[in-house]
Design a protein around this ligand. Structure first.
Ligand SMILES: C[S@@+](CC[C@H](N)C(=O)[O-])C[C@H]1O[C@@H](n2cnc3c(N)ncnc32)[C@H](O)[C@@H]1O
Length: 261
């Protein structure tokens, strides 16, 4: 007899700190029988799964290549068909550059029940941690989430025009090596070079770093900072409200701040 198909939960792990998981995400992880997790998921979150849970790392980490999407899909399906409670854990919110649409469509297409559990996305974590809003009445009326990565579909011309709108807060994910080019492009499309801009590495984690500079300088400063953690870049008037110094992490002339644990 065919076992009953289990359920797959596509769960947002948030930006890294375990206490930024939602209660629903925590319950899903604690009840998981099989856990497939991406490279950006913190070890302390993976450790919340039961000892008996099958834990599979799917992302690029410590020199190991990442699993192909097709392999991940097939694996989730196989585990669900064995009747297991499968949790697919992704950094941040699974619906933001998390391939949740593809994975959910694949599983549903094979008759597997899917539940999506949202998470705190990197831009929200950065804003909360460094005290600035993503929208701000009268100044930042829109939030545009985009990527600097070419492979994952960088902005087309119409997108750059939206990103250049002075009332838009632009959040750029991925493509750390392309940030300088992306920010130059934004200026070419009319965004003021003096627009406040930020780069936040490891947002939401105790070792987060903030780099603040006008748009025209941020790209070069990101390149010089040689970040090695995940970085989200934010551009817009609301970024002027970021408060690295107010939290005592940095003297005003020094652009790089490290959050005290
Ligand atoms: C594949 S995307 C996944 C985004 C994720 N689903 C989210 O909602 O945050 C990976 C990119 O997200 C950004 N990112 C994820 N976690 C981050 C963090 N803790 N701090 C800064 N940026 C982060 C980086 O731009 C990274 O390259």
């Amino acid at each position: 007899m065919q076992p009953e198909p289990g359920r797959v939960r596509l769960v947002g792990a948030g930006p890294g700190a375990a206490d930024l998981l939602t209660v629903r995400a925590l319950r899903a992880v604690e009840g998981a029988q099989a856990l497939l997790y991406d490279a950006l998921v913190a070890d302390e979150v993976v450790a919340l799964a039961p000892a008996a849970c099958l834990k599979i790392q799917t992302g690029k980490r410590a020199g190991r290549a990442s699993m192909r999407q097709e392999t991940i899909n097939r694996l989730m399906l196989r585990l669900a068909r064995r009747g297991l409670q499968v949790v697919r854990l992704k950094g941040g919110d699974p619906s933001v550059f998390g391939r949740v649409g593809e994975e959910a469509a694949f599983l549903r297409g094979h008759g597997v029940e899917v539940e999506v559990v949202p998470g705190v996305t990197a831009a929200s974590a950065a804003a909360a941690q460094f005290g600035f809003p993503l929208t701000h009445r009268g100044e930042a009326r829109r939030l545009l989430i985009a990527t600097a990565s070419v492979r994952d579909g960088a902005l087309a011309d119409a997108g750059w025009a939206q990103a250049a709108d002075p009332e838009t807060t632009l959040a750029l994910y991925m493509g750390r090596d392309r940030i300088e080019a992306a920010l130059r492009r934004l200026i070419e499309h009319g965004r003021s070079p003096r627009t406040p801009a930020l780069a936040v590495e490891n947002a939401g984690r105790p070792d987060a770093r903030l780099l603040a500079a006008p748009l025209e300088r941020l790209g070069a400063e990101v390149a010089a900072a040689a970040f090695d953690g995940p970085v989200v870049v934010l551009v817009g008037e609301a970024c002027a409200l970021a408060q690295p110094a107010a939290r005592g992490e940095v003297d005003p002339p020094q652009p790089l701040a490290r959050r005290a644990p």
